[in-house]
Design a protein around this ligand. Structure first.
Ligand SMILES: O=C(CO)[C@@H](O)[C@H](O)COP(=O)(O)O
Length: 217
């Protein structure tokens, strides 16, 4: 199991501290949420913040674009330090072209789907993807409640991935915590994104360790 803490829940006044926490922990990836105020009703942070964070960590930067027309910014996010770039199916008119662009730029590609989007819409593009990000809340905000229908979506997608002999990762994002982590992994999740449950925990380092321990059981 891979753990990707979401910096959206970190203290933005002390991002260096958040980087140190993740660098000195068993967290696998940095999950970086970019919002444009159009695709989602919120604006987070963008390129300048990510390129500064890049100087503070060697870990994988898993950038989740919640933006319209992501093709306009793919190369800029690569230059800012993204290793994996995930775009939303709902934001892409030419999803295959967008995924190819990301791969041609030397990054791995992910596609995210909102809670109302069926996983079946991804079947044709699965072989091109490093990961599928299943949103378990409606995108735009941290701290929301996990949507239980997600378990079934993970199970169905995992079955398809296995049937086709692919190694596409399933990432789950939104309301993930230590209470649902085991069930998500049992359903077939490979990567857990956790914002509030890590950065707003009393002891974030202990929360990361507990997630990783859950992954080993
Ligand atoms: O993409 C998003 C929200 O749109 C997520 O990455 C959240 O940042 C996860 O936060 P928590 O639900 O874990 O607080």
């Amino acid at each position: 199991m891979l753990l990707a803490p979401s910096l959206l829940a970190a203290d933005f006044l002390h991002l260096q501290k958040a980087c140190d926490l993740l660098n000195n922990s068993a967290a696998d990836w940095f999950h970086l949420d970019v919002m444009d105020g159009r695709f989602v009703p919120n604006i987070s942070y963008g390129l300048p913040v990510i390129s500064q964070l890049r100087k503070a960590s060697q870990k994988i930067f898993d950038v989740h674009l919640m933006i319209e027309e992501p093709e306009k910014f793919a190369s800029a996010f690569r230059d800012a330090g993204a290793n994996n770039l995930t775009v939303h199916l709902e934001a892409c008119r030419h999803l295959h072209r967008n995924v190819q662009q990301i791969r041609d730029l030397g990054m791995t590609a992910g596609v995210a789907i909102n809670p109302h989007t069926p996983v079946e819409l991804l079947y044709d593009i699965l072989p091109d993807l490093h990961l599928v990000l299943i949103m378990s809340v409606n995108p735009g905000f941290g701290g929301q409640q996990f949507i239980p229908h997600t378990y079934e979506k993970i199970r169905v997608l995992k079955q398809r991935i296995n049937k086709k002999g692919l190694n596409t990762l399933i990432e789950v994002d939104g309301g993930v915590d230590l209470d649902n982590a085991r069930q998500l992994l049992d359903a077939g999740a490979d990567v857990l994104v956790a914002g509030t449950s890590v950065f707003r925990a009393k002891d974030p380092a202990a929360a990361i360790a507990a997630f990783k321990q859950t992954g080993q059981k």
